[in-house]
Design a protein around this ligand. Structure first.
Ligand code: ATP
Length: 235
């Protein structure tokens, strides 16, 4: 479904990605793990068209995404839930959700999806007319995820969705990601929570210094000796 090949990204003098290759197949949950600065967010940003790689290829369903603007990439069926939630705090919950559907024109279906996701996330349904900034951190994360779902993505990319949430909400977010996969959404997940990620994903990539250090199913990743040191390296 998604194929990234030999991706290189520079920010000025910093080489953020030094030849990342990865793929995500239809129906999978794939994890990207690694220490801060390993290049996880930059990889998602490149796929979403927010970051411009200087070398490499990104193909989604056999169409090249390189050089396409972010809206065109959303229209092709890829949505990003960025790190730090980035909802619009001054807009209402409903306005935030409708923005997620800005690339769609099927009004009746948009309304159906509003109702669907408000039933799925009852707290959002109850607060549709409130400014999104009045929601708690966990509720804002749900809103960020629901907003991305309003685009009806075939591939959803989530950047550290559990960051800053209480342990109970972290469990809720991980359970939700599993449910979304069961509903047919393919998922590329960036996470710091290595244990919970490996418990959920079909495969994972361990990034280090802008390269893929190890890739495979959770069992082999756990066995990979360096994962512990890479993980502990964060602290
Ligand atoms: P984090 O968990 O901190 O988000 P990450 O694995 O997602 O880490 P990236 O955010 O992709 O890593 O960062 C990769 C490298 O690029 C790091 O060295 C980082 O400091 C640098 N970098 C990221 N964004 C920028 C930017 N906008 N300008 C300059 N350097 C950047």
């Amino acid at each position: 479904m998604l194929a990234v090949e030999d991706l290189h990204v520079r920010y000025g003098a910093i080489n953020a990605l030094n030849g990342i290759s990865l793929h995500v197949d239809e129906g999978e949950i794939v994890g990207l793990i690694g220490v801060n600065g390993a290049g996880k967010s930059t990889t998602l940003g490149s796929v979403a068209g927010i970051v411009r790689p200087w070398r490499g290829a990104i193909r989604f369903r056999d169409v090249s995404l390189l050089g396409q603007p972010p809206e065109a990439i959303v229209r092709r069926g890829i949505a990003l839930v960025p790190e730090g939630r980035r909802i619009f705090p001054g807009l209402t919950v409903e306005e935030n959700l409708r923005l997620g559907a800005a690339v769609r024109k099927d009004r009746a279906e948009i309304q159906r999806d509003m109702e669907r996701w408000c039933a799925f996330f009852p707290i959002l349904g109850e607060r549709l007319r409130r400014p999104a900034g009045t929601l708690s951190g966990g509720q804002q994360q749900m809103l960020a995820i629901a907003r991305a779902l309003m685009a009806r993505p075939a591939l959803m990319m989530l950047d550290e969705p559990s960051l800053g949430l209480s342990p109970k909400l972290v469990d809720d977010v991980f359970a939700l990601i599993g449910e979304l996969r069961d509903l047919g959404t393919t998922i590329l997940l960036v996470e710091q929570n290595v244990e919970k990620t490996l418990a959920l994903v079909d495969r994972a990539y361990l990034l280090n210094a802008g390269r893929v250090e190890f890739a495979g199913p959770p069992r082999t990743l756990r066995e990979h000796a360096d994962i512990e040191s890479a993980y502990l390296g964060r602290h």
